[in-house]
Design a protein around this ligand. Structure first.
Ligand code: IPE
Ligand code: IPE
Ligand code: MG
Length: 239
């Protein structure tokens, strides 16, 4: 019999939550409905991650490139984001979830920025799970930003050596380990500018399931797949 919960779990799961629009289209609904049901998936996946004791979860919610979508869709996504933050804060407090944002928070409205600050501050002492949401995120921009900050500090003499360890300190979330497992829903086999630096040795899993349908059962199946992987990091298998 298949064991429901794998014995080897990742430390940091990152997810590209994709397929909300297609989910809605298949049901002959407006794309917005897909985003709304997608929020229920966010809740369920966060809950399961917390139950399993996985310490880090990073969700790609809005890319820098997503700003180019039709104005109406962007507007609705911003409203849903505000609603999500408002409704989820009590859940985060109850479950010991620490909230974090990676990306250019300055791109958002002042109202949303103060909501981010409020949720980050309110949850800062929580210790069970670090939930990072990637917002107005671009992996390339994160790398360029780090390079710019490093150049500034090097000029000031604040840093002398520039190596991989130094570089990581200048990324959005220096204290968070690289993801060991990356899930993308909706069948697309691409990274879409997500965590380019951090995924160097991440195990990648793509499922055809669309994000609004990605729930506990599908998540556990993905995690069982991870448990079967042999990670070699460029080394060879020991016989
Ligand atoms: C993912 O679903 C959510 C966001 C990118 C905000 P999509 O909106 O990309 O859905 P599809 O890919 O068009 O189906
Ligand atoms: C990636 O999905 C971004 C998020 C899930 C937030 P997209 O739907 O924007 O990616 P592409 O355009 O299919 O590569
Ligand atoms: Mg998409």
């Amino acid at each position: 019999m298949k064991k429901a919960i794998p014995d080897r779990l990742p430390t940091h799961v990152a997810i590209i939550m994709d397929g909300n629009g297609r989910w809605a289209r298949h049901k002959k609904l407006n794309r917005v409905e897909g985003h709304k049901v997608g929020i229920d998936s966010v809740r369920e996946i966060t809950e399961v991650t917390r139950e399993l004791g996985i310490p880090y979860l990073t969700l790609y919610a809005f890319s820098k490139e997503n700003w180019s979508r039709p104005r109406e869709e962007v507007k609705t996504l911003m409203e849903l984001l505000g609603l999500y933050l408002e409704l989820e804060l009590p859940f985060m407090m109850k479950n010991g979830i620490r909230f974090n944002v990676i990306g250019e928070t300055g791109d958002f409205s002042k109202a949303l920025q103060s909501q981010f600050d409020n949720v980050i501050k309110s949850t800062s002492r929580n210790r069970n799970l670090v939930l990072s949401i990637a917002l107005s995120y671009s992996g390339r921009r994160e790398i360029v930003r780090a390079a710019r900050l490093i150049a500034g500090d090097a000029k000031k003499g604040v840093i002398k050596r520039i190596d991989e360890k130094t570089f990581k300190r200048y990324l959005y979330a220096p204290a968070i380990p690289d993801p060991d497992f990356l899930i993308r829903t909706s069948g697309e086999m691409r990274l879409s500018n997500f965590l380019l630096w951090q995924v160097a040795y991440t195990e990648i899993y793509v499922t055809d399931i669309l994000w609004p349908d990605f729930r506990k059962k599908a998540y556990l199946e993905a995690l069982r797949d991870f448990a079967r992987r042999e990670r070699r990091f460029g080394n060879i298998k020991e016989y």
